[in-house]
Design a protein around this ligand. Structure first.
Ligand SMILES: Nc1nc2c(ncn2[C@@H]2O[C@H](COP(=O)(O)OP(=O)(O)OP(=O)(O)O)[C@@H](O)[C@H]2O)c(=O)[nH]1
Length: 416
């Protein structure tokens, strides 16, 4: 028999219970990665997750065990691909699911969405529309699910909570395509701008590029994720770290505001080694020596990682649901209301308005009588009857859809 005496003497307190519950349930974050080919998205993802993750839509490697691949090409497609190689490849999305367990204390499920080739076609005019439609579709799926009688929001919520936008530095500043795309999607997803491969820039060049990116974002009215007055020092709580401002290389202090360091300038690498605390650190090697990716004085990588997986994970989700999605929902429902031509009180004359509200009051009270109505009352009643009838039809359809879905889910049961 098990000895439970230790448990009986030290019952877990409330915080501990909450922590255990949170641990079991885990956290989830959906990240959209955008940026041109070779901008360092895969390398960043490998460093963020501490494992090898391919974002290619063709490769399937050892690191792809936990991954769901959508739009995967089969070997039979290769021949047809060869024949159409001269044509613009278009844009497909690739999704990956990664489970992160170690170092954070609470398991995190990371859903990655990427559009390989985004901005790389000769003609990119359709790319923005493809990505915008994808984001709209995710909102629409959630809205559809909300109005169903039986809801199943778990499997249908594919809304990305954050878009990490990789803006490679070019002599001409930010590419027009990137500006247009950010403008198109900034009210559908939280954008965090990133300057990748910061090791290729001198400090003066990096500061200049940061300035250029900030100016383009401001001038083009692109809404990036609002860090408000959050301070950098607090983002590192996940690692029980503080900013090492004693170091001569330190660029920031504890009270530096996160919004003041945007866009995050990161350095990443696929080479790693084990450090003194048995943790893995990623190393970028040069002729003159090496650089640690996770070193807070080297790049903003560690801040970005702590923000995504710790300090701002919940806020990114809350803003997605309570602000971006709510705006979409309000807009769509307002449009639908107008299209359905539901009687709008502002178009009804005073007398009828009173009648409608009288009928409405009577509908709400259980003593509803239809006798002795004047013509306005009759009109209002007619409108309500029609609405009731439509609602009944919608509910009937919903029931039919539900039973069809059930049949599809268990085809054997229903086969004769
Ligand atoms: N110097 C330097 N090179 C980097 C950095 N990050 C990535 N790279 C290199 O840049 C190249 C492209 O990086 P990827 O991570 O494959 O870029 P990607 O955006 O995923 O590219 P696609 O998968 O083709 O879309 C690789 O050779 C990386 O090693 C960095 O911070 N500094």
């Amino acid at each position: 028999m098990k000895d439970n005496s230790a448990l009986e003497h030290h019952p877990p307190n409330r915080d501990e219970l909450r922590r255990r519950k949170g641990f079991k349930k885990g956290l989830q974050l959906s990240v959209l990665l955008l940026g041109e080919k070779g901008s360092g998205k895969s390398t960043f993802l490998n460093n963020l997750c501490g494992q090898d993750i391919s974002l290619s839509d063709k490769e399937d490697n050892e690191g792809a065990k936990n991954m769901t691949i959508e739009n995967e090409n089969t070997a039979e497609d290769l021949d047809s691909e060869y024949k159409t190689a001269h044509l613009s490849p278009g844009l497909k999305h690739v999704t990956r699911r990664v489970y992160l367990n170690d170092e954070l204390g609470v398991p995190v499920t990371l859903d990655i969405i990427s559009f390989p080739g985004c901005g790389d076609n000769v003609d990119n005019s359709q790319s923005s529309a493809v990505i915008k439609n994808y984001l709209d579709q995710q909102f629409e799926n959630v809205l559809k699910e909300e109005v169903r009688i039986k809801r199943n929001t778990k499997d249908t919520d594919g809304r990305p909570h954050v878009c990490l936008y990789f803006l490679k530095s070019t002599p001409r500043g930010v590419k027009k395509f990137d500006i247009e795309l950010m403008k198109t999607i900034c009210d559908k997803v939280n954008i965090i701008p990133i300057i990748p491969k910061a090791d290729g820039l001198t400090e003066a060049e990096l500061n200049l590029h940061k300035e250029v990116v900030r100016k383009e974002i401001l001038d083009n009215d692109i809404h990036v994720f609002d860090f408000k007055n959050d301070i950098l020092g607090e983002t590192l709580a996940l690692y029980d770290m503080d900013i090492d401002f004693s170091s001569a290389k330190s660029r920031y202090c504890h009270d530096t505001k996160v919004k003041d360091i945007l866009p995050f300038a990161i350095v990443c690498s696929n080479n790693f080694r084990t450090n003194a605390e048995n943790g893995i650190v990623h190393i970028r090697e040069y002729e003159w020596g090496s650089l640690v990716v996770e070193d807070q004085n080297t790049s903003d990588f560690i801040y970005l990682k702590a923000i995504l997986l710790g300090s701002h994970l919940q806020e990114l989700k809350d803003v997605t649901n309570n602000v971006l999605y709510e705006n979409y929902r309000a807009k769509v429902l307002t449009e639908k209301r107008t299209n359905y031509d539901i009687p709008n009180f502002s178009y009804v004359d005073e007398g009828s308005r009173e009648s409608i509200s009288n009928v409405s009051t009577r509908r709400n009270s259980s003593s509803r009588t239809l006798g002795n109505l004047d013509s306005n009352d009759e009109n209002a009643c007619q409108i309500y009857k029609e609405i009731d009838e439509k609602n009944r039809i919608i509910e009937d359809y919903q029931r039919k859809i539900d039973s069809l879905e059930k049949m599809l889910a268990s085809p054997n049961k229903n086969s004769v």
